[in-house]
Design a protein around this ligand. Structure first.
Ligand SMILES: [Zn+2]
Length: 469
């Protein structure tokens, strides 16, 4: 952790030591404080380590100091969207017509995947990430498997698609962890189907070779992903796990989202997907299982005891009729929780946090499985940790200056006392209540408007229309 103690002592107020924000109310991880100044290092202040990072946090400041930028409302650390497939945004609305299952939905999703190229993907992702910034999201985990041209031919630049996503995040002003995904088979022992050919590098070795060419940037981390146990043969799992371990990079995997996958895994390997991952060295504190919906008690113990994280995507899980995963039991056993908007049926991390608790209430017919503070930690600090942004997602000296401010004066949020800001944020606010989004000390969203992408709805409409058949 880089902690700029040299600048902390002097940086209590005033712009001389960097930029100062005055937060009318701030959520500090376990409580809401009124009147907090946050000072952010700028270039030349603490060197590169101070740049865009918080250098001091001072509660008990009743009025904005001269020169401070005022953030009215409730300011949270930036939200982390730990699981995204940017191109699924093109399916919004259109997949709500008619009946079906996850597997029929997937056919529609593949038809969009077939039409993307690096240019159209860049345009779409830039708009989607701008939508995320408007929703207060400051870091996204992009689970990326659309690697090659249709049919599977590599582009001249073999990482053209991944680089398009990294560039899109920069232009939308948010951080990205590109979770470059190994996707090698259609099912257990089956080669990729026609639409899946562009996902596949052939072998995990070839996947690793291509991934190793990707470069990290200030706003971009490179991580790894295994699409699922059906898409990566067991003999290839360790290669991907080793690649991530050597780089201390995050490793994500779709886990037991569907009972059909569990059954096929039992048939192929005589064990559950979780057990299979454990046996091939995939589990551990830098690994995150996505969905983890249909688990056995033993699976929960394996995940919790190894410190493997769990990313729940409740709005997608309910949209796809997946089921309700055992998030509470996983966390009790030691698995840190994060949240993702996954298929982008909606992009609203507050709704994801709320849904986690409300799903559990419906399932158990009791209330209060998580506090609002615990749900916000999943949406902030633990989400960032799952994406390899250690120390982010808190308002503390040394943390990246990533902030999200919600209005407490909308029709949804007016009324409750500000000290119940966390409860209001989780159980009443929506993405529409985000007024400011700040990334590395820069306003990406100001007063509800994106500062880099001028008309986000228009950008989304154009990018989605371009993909219609
Ligand atoms: Zn997913």
């Amino acid at each position: 952790m880089t902690q700029d103690s040299g600048t902390t002592a002097s940086a209590t107020a005033g712009p001389a030591t960097g930029r100062t924000y005055w937060l009318e109310h701030a959520w500090l991880g376990d409580r809401v404080e009124p009147g907090v100044t946050v000072t952010v290092g700028v270039r030349g202040d603490g060197g590169a380590r101070g740049d865009g990072r918080v250098t001091a946090v001072t509660p008990g400041v009743p009025a904005p100091p001269p020169g401070a930028e005022i953030l009215r409302g409730l300011t949270l650390p930036g939200l982390a969207n730990a699981h995204s497939h940017a191109f699924h945004r093109a399916l919004r609305g259109t997949v709500q017509v008619g009946a079906g299952t996850f597997w029929t939905w997937r056919e529609v999703m593949y038809s969009v995947a077939e039409r993307l190229n690096p240019e159209s993907y860049h345009r779409l992702a830039r708009a989607v990430y701008a939508e995320m910034a408007l929703a207060g999201i400051t870091a996204v985990g992009e689970f990326h498997y659309l690697h090659h041209a249709p049919g599977g031919t590599p582009y001249a630049d073999p990482n053209a698609m991944g680089e398009a996503l990294v560039a899109a995040a920069a232009e939308a002003g948010i951080r990205i962890t590109l979770l470059d995904t190994a996707y090698l088979s259609a099912g257990f022992g089956e080669p990729p189907t026609a639409p899946q050919r562009r996902f596949s590098d052939g072998t995990a070795e070839a996947w690793a070779e291509r991934c190793s060419l990707l470069e990290e940037q200030d706003h971009a981390r490179i991580g790894a992903a295994l699409h699922s146990v059906r898409a990566v043969p067991a003999r290839e799992l360790a290669t991907v796990a080793r690649w991530a371990q050597e780089r201390r990079a995050p490793l994500h995997v779709h886990l037991s989202e569907q009972t059909a996958e569990n059954e096929a895994c039992q048939e192929a390997y005589g064990r559950t997907p979780t057990r299979l991952l454990a046996d091939h060295g995939v589990l551990g504190p830098r690994t995150t299982g996505i969905h983890s919906t249909h688990l056995t008690g033993q699976d929960i113990a394996l995940l919790g005891d190894s410190g493997t994280g769990t990313c729940m995507c409740p709005t997608t899980e309910r949209d796809l009729a997946d089921g309700i995963g055992p998030a509470a039991a996983l966390q009790r056993r030691g698995s840190p929780l994060s949240l993702g908007s996954d298929s982008h049926a909606v992009i609203d991390l507050l709704e994801e946090a709320r849904a986690l608790e409300l799903n559990e209430r419906l399932r158990t017919r009791t209330r209060g499985h998580w506090t609002a503070n615990a749900l916000l930690r999943a949406a902030t600090a633990d989400g960032h940790a799952a994406l390899g942004w250690d120390g982010a997602g808190t308002i503390e000296p040394g943390a990246p200056a990533d902030l999200t401010t919600l209005t407490l004066e909308s029709v949804r949020t007016a009324g409750p006392p500000p000290r119940l800001g966390a409860e209001t944020a989780v159980f009443a606010a929506t993405a529409a209540d985000v007024r400011h989004t700040i990334v590395a000390g820069r306003h990406v969203v100001r007063d509800g408007a994106h500062t880099l992408v001028p008309d986000v709805p228009h950008a989304l409409a154009r990018a989605v229309e371009a993909l219609r058949p």
